[in-house]
Design a protein around this ligand. Structure first.
Ligand SMILES: [Fe+2]
Length: 382
């Protein structure tokens, strides 16, 4: 195993898995598709603040008169940012309903037809049937399944394609950037009250995903902000989907706030893996990215030191930046959350640096809830 592979295993918490018996083998995230109100400026923000690299473009200049699409990369992570040009584009209605958000969690699969056959047999709704898309760089085999809300999973086999992104996209002049993250670690969905178990069952039945051990049950939910969470993952854990639903708590749930402002279920946050969260937070803050504040009492709590044990940097360094720590039997992780990216209190980013832990920061839920509730209160939505 190479150093890069070892590092990647630790960075996103991979485990060994045999694909040959998997009914719906998934190799990883292909890309995240976004619809936003102004793709030109969102792409600029992701380049200037997050150091993402613009690699491909589609728009009026390339014959796409409906919308602009900017393809951005950082390490293995790829985002496709779309915004309407034509006032009659169907993206306009989507954006009016949901605001800026993730509409497509696209997955790389080795066999699109086999996955769709399995999904159809398991009762999933196929929104795009398997087909080929071809240009001078080769052929992509693709299809798409519906998931929660108006979100979909496009399935992509690009093993016979060598273009910059997708047929019809033009490569862009690469610009020098300072990337701040290297991969997508997990993508979290918010669903309605009572629907979490239904969607957990959907990923098990349709995609053969497994439950990961970490879940947030009624005890944490009722005490600290009314959120229940379970996690499903593909065989090697490269693709991890925590699913949240609101639960009845002391105060209005952050999930209810999301569901109201997104007008239904959707992607709540995207966790971005970084090998050096301190340097990343410093760079992002210098570029104007805002993070959720963490209460000072979090770092002064004597139980914190007992809970987290030895971590690679002094707690003062974490305190200075508001970085959270969690530990489980496999190791620890460092994490921090941005404020919502757009105008609505919906989608946001998490930065995560894993050191053996395969968890999601359950031990930090209390601290995170306290931070989010202060923000909700400031917006008058508590
Ligand atoms: Fe997360």
């Amino acid at each position: 195993m190479t150093i890069e592979q070892t590092t990647e295993r630790e960075l996103v918490g991979l485990i060994d898995h045999d694909d040959s018996t998997d009914p719906f083998p998934v190799l990883g995230f292909d890309s995240l598709g976004w619809v936003v109100g102004n793709a030109t400026q969102t792409a600029h923000f992701l380049r200037s603040a997050f150091g993402m690299e613009l690699v491909a473009y589609s728009g009026p200049e390339t014959g796409n008169r409906d919308h602009k699409a900017f393809v951005l990369r950082s390490g293995d992570a790829r985002f496709v940012i779309r915004g309407a040009v034509d006032p009659d584009s169907e993206l306009v209605g989507h954006h009016t309903r949901h605001g800026d958000g993730v509409v497509d969690v696209a997955l790389t699969v080795p066999d699109v037809d086999r996955c769709v056959a399995q999904a159809r047999k398991a009762g999933a709704r196929i929104v795009v049937e398997p087909h080929d898309e071809t240009d001078e760089f080769g052929t992509i085999r693709t299809a798409a399944l519906a998931t929660y809300g108006e979100t979909r999973h496009t399935l992509v086999d690009r093993s016979n394609y060598h273009g910059p992104y997708w047929p019809g996209f033009a490569a862009t002049q690469s610009t020098s950037t300072t990337p701040t993250f290297v991969a997508i670690d997990h993508v979290v969905g918010n669903v309605e009250l009572g629907m979490m178990d239904r969607w957990v069952e959907f990923y098990q039945r349709v995609m053969g995903f497994e439950n990961m051990a970490e879940f947030v049950g009624a005890d944490i939910a009722t005490q600290y902000s009314a959120l229940m969470s379970k996690v499903v993952a593909n065989g090697n854990h490269r693709v991890k989907f925590p699913l949240n639903e609101p639960a009845v708590g002391r105060k209005r749930s952050q999930i209810d706030e999301y569901l109201q402002f997104y007008r239904g279920p959707g992607v709540q946050h995207i966790a971005l893996a970084t090998p050096d969260i301190l340097a990343t937070v410093d760079a992002l803050k210098a570029q104007g990215v805002e993070f959720l504040p963490t209460p000072a009492s979090y770092y002064e709590d004597p139980e914190l030191r007992a809970r987290i044990g030895h971590v690679r940097v002094p707690i003062d360094e974490l305190h200075e930046r508001g970085i959270l720590v969690d530990r489980d039997e496999d190791g620890y992780l460092l994490q921090i959350f941005t404020r919502p990216l757009g105008d609505r209190p919906t989608v946001f980013f998490e930065l995560i640096e894993r050191h053996g832990s395969l968890g999601f920061g359950k031990g930090n839920f209390k601290a995170l809830f306290q931070a989010i509730e202060r923000e909700q209160e400031a917006r008058g939505n508590l």
